[in-house]
Design a protein around this ligand. Structure first.
Ligand SMILES: [Zn+2]
Length: 272
């Protein structure tokens, strides 16, 4: 009897120890396997299917110089495989959604070395506008930096790129918010935006906000809400109405060009 008790006393902690070790090893293995998969994926060239989607639907990609396209594809690949795309009211996340949402982010960060909006590792996709329990309003998109989420209505995403020069583009708008937050969040991508250009932007924002709120302004009235909406709406105009923005508020256009290190006016000339 004593031997049985002794055996039980030894067996139980040993089994518990082995189980603990197995759990730790299993977690480590899963994490390691995931990292290896990601490491391999981001080094692979973009798939033929994904490239076909880019060529068919991404005007920005098509306007790039031939020498810039491989870099854009590489960045798409890395962005796409570093995010979790989550279907909310869409039945499934399609390849078009993955590629084109990634392209909308890379459109803004293309010339910013090593910037993949790393705080935002989840992209939630709704079929249409959705009701937010937090704001008690319907949204077309939003970013949640605490939860690391970028949220988009696919219907409005498509609508935004359906008309390339109306100054409305929900994806550019939300990615602009994400860049703004990413620059402030203390991680490996903190403070990547040029400080001098940010100071100019703050001065221009203070000058323009009262003008927007008095009416008759190039930027739509929503830009007058606060400095964040001013930045997000300005980026929609920067990419979709660069001629008008540069003509009406040239210092704002040049400041955004300095912040993002790219100039849509020159980009658009590539295709001419
Ligand atoms: Zn906004």
């Amino acid at each position: 009897m004593d031997t049985v008790v002794l055996l039980l006393l030894i067996t139980f902690p040993v089994a518990a120890l082995l189980f603990g070790l197995y759990s730790i090893f299993n977690d480590f293995y899963k994490y390691f396997a995931e990292e290896v998969r990601y490491w391999i994926k981001i080094r692979q060239p973009i798939s033929k299917d994904h490239l076909r989607i880019l060529k068919k639907y991404c005007a920005y990609y098509n306007r790039l110089d031939t020498s810039q396209k491989p870099e854009f594809e590489r960045k798409i690949q890395r962005f796409m495989y570093s995010k979790r795309f989550i279907a909310r009211s869409v039945p499934v996340v399609t390849a078009e959604m993955r590629v084109l949402i990634s392209a909308s982010a890379i459109q803004l960060t293309f010339a910013l070395p090593g910037i993949y909006l790393s705080n935002f590792d989840k992209i939630l996709i709704y079929a249409d506008s959705y009701y937010s329990q937090i704001t008690k309003k319907y949204h077309l998109g939003e970013v949640n930096p605490r939860a690391g989420m970028i949220i988009l209505s696919w219907h409005h995403f498509v609508q935004g790129y359906g008309d390339l020069d109306d100054g409305y583009n929900v994806a550019i708008h939300e990615m602009a918010h994400a860049i703004h937050f990413e620059n402030l969040i203390k991680n490996d991508e903190v403070a990547f935006l040029d400080q001098h250009a940010l100071s100019s932007l703050a001065q221009i924002t203070n000058r323009e906000l009262p003008k927007i709120n008095r009416g008759r302004h190039l930027l739509r009235s929503y830009a007058g809400t606060n400095q964040y909406e001013f930045f997000a709406v300005t980026l929609e105009y920067f990419f979709e109405k660069p001629v008008e923005l540069n003509a009406e508020i040239p210092d704002l256009y040049q400041t955004i060009a300095a912040l993002l290190r790219q100039d849509p006016l020159k980009l658009y000339n590539f295709s001419n």
